[in-house]
Design a protein around this ligand. Structure first.
Ligand code: PGA
Length: 237
């Protein structure tokens, strides 16, 4: 199976910069399945202009359907633009916008109703890791964030302390968590069969070895997805 490479642009790029970046991407998708999560402001524009590419959302509102929620974008509205996937529960949302597992659970339900497959981020904070209870922390994130009715999702393991820091866990550490999610009896049936990707300072240098880890079938890339030369190295894995 080709690796799944998810570019999370976060709140970066103007529309012109995004167009310029995409025009430099290689045409062929022989080496990887690519998804790009651009800012919502121009997601629809990019989708129309580059219909062969899979543009996805970085988040959806906790509110569902339609309503008087100025500034919000529900899963239903996002799906109406042809979007099929959304990142949910990224640690930047958990930390900066106080999202809890229960918030994310509601968002997963909104995605399910709208026909969007959620990409659910889990991963321990440095504090949880230091307390040595991080394995239970991650399993709890999975159990609490993903409702039982959810039949399909992608899970992204993103240790918070590795995001944007240039520090990555060792391959053994990633492997330990991959096994925890995919094999441990305290994990869920959905998590065991879901596609698992790794995120946190993944780059052109380390992508190849991370993708060789058992159970890891893709990468969620932040900073390295903003630099075309670096990103091309990742796509050529
Ligand atoms: P990073 O971000 O690659 O810059 O560490 C990953 C992410 O936030 O998903």
């Amino acid at each position: 199976m080709k690796p799944l490479i998810i570019a999370n642009w976060k709140m970066n790029f103007t529309l012109d910069e995004a167009l310029n970046f995409i025009e430099q991407l290689p045409n062929s998708d022989d080496n990887a399945d690519l998804m790009i999560a651009p800012p919502l402001a121009f997601l629809s524009h990019l989708k129309h202009q580059f219909s062969a590419l899979e543009f996805i959302a970085q988040d959806v509102s906790i509110q569902s359907g339609n309503g008087s929620f100025t500034g919000e974008n529900s899963a239903k509205l996002i799906a109406s633009c042809g979007v099929k996937y959304s990142i949910l529960g990224h640690s930047e949302r958990r930390i900066n916008f106080h999202e809890t597992n229960h918030t994310i659970r509601r968002k997963v339900k909104n995605c399910m109703q709208a026909g969007i497959t959620p990409i659910i981020c889990v991963g321990e904070t440095l504090e949880a890791r230091k307390n040595n209870n991080y394995q239970e922390y991650i399993l709890e994130q999975i159990r609490e964030s993903i409702p039982e009715e959810c039949k399909e999702c992608i899970i992204a393991y993103e240790p918070v302390w590795a995001i944007g820091t240039g520090i990555t866990p060792t391959n053994e550490e990633i492997s330990k968590i991959a096994k925890l999610i995919k094999e441990n009896s305290a994990s869920t049936a959905l998590a065991k069969r879901a596609r698992l990707v790794y995120g946190g300072s993944a780059s052109g240098k380390n992508c190849r070895e991370i993708l060789e880890i058992e159970h890891i079938s893709g990468l969620l890339i932040g900073s390295s997805s903003l630099d075309i030369e670096e990103f091309k190295k990742i796509l050529n894995v």
